[in-house]
Design a protein around this ligand. Sequence first.
Ligand code: ADP
Ligand code: MG
Length: 229
Amino acid sequence: MEEQLRKSDTLNVIGQLAAGIAHEIRNPMTALKGFIQLLEDSFKEEHSMYFSVITTELNRIDSIINEFLILAKPQAVMFVEKDVAKIMQETVDLLSAQAVLHNVQFNMVLGNEIPSIYCEPNQLKKVFINIIKNAIEVMPTGGIITIIMKETDDHKVHISIRDEGSGIPDEKLKRLGEPFYTTKERGTGLGLMVTYKIVEEHEGNIQVESELGVGTTFNIYLPLKKGNK
Ligand code: ADP
Ligand code: MG
């Protein structure tokens, strides 16, 4: 619990900082992209390598800014009643091309009649995307991602997303969700931070179980009804 509180304080400070910085970076980025596009038209032939590096790096900056803008969003997001299984199905459809490319298959076990939950569907989709993307990335030679959804006895929806990847050592488990914590060469280390933040805004929580060489399971618990605040 203490760990959870500490994380959320850090996130609030970062969120406020991010609001300013992300917006400030966006405008010069747009200008840069425009002018590089113009340069590319004239110099693509001689320097195609340079342009491909520039484009990759600009896209990387873009994705970092986008993650931060999610954190920076004002707290008053629109919550609606929505079928969470449907949101998951849409997410899996969205990622199916990437999954096929990595030889990854989905095994979906959706409990029947999961009641709707109050949520911000696009934010929740972001949560699922971030976790599933990590699952795909951790299985370089392919594997199965098992997604199970069921209603718990204490009126929550339990969504578990399990991969067959390398697993996470115990001492690293507590670093998940820390800004910029990544073990990937091209990672941003922002995906899980955003994920934790969104789940927290839904008054839910996440528990991670992992076994080295076997795989990792992300358990997300979301309340069926948002508490009156
Ligand atoms: P990124 O994917 O950019 O590295 P994330 O915040 O999404 O950033 O994840 C942070 C780190 O958590 C990853 O670099 C990886 O070390 C670890 N991680 C996340 N999901 C998994 C998983 N399913 N299996 C193993 N490690 C994971
Ligand atoms: Mg990630």
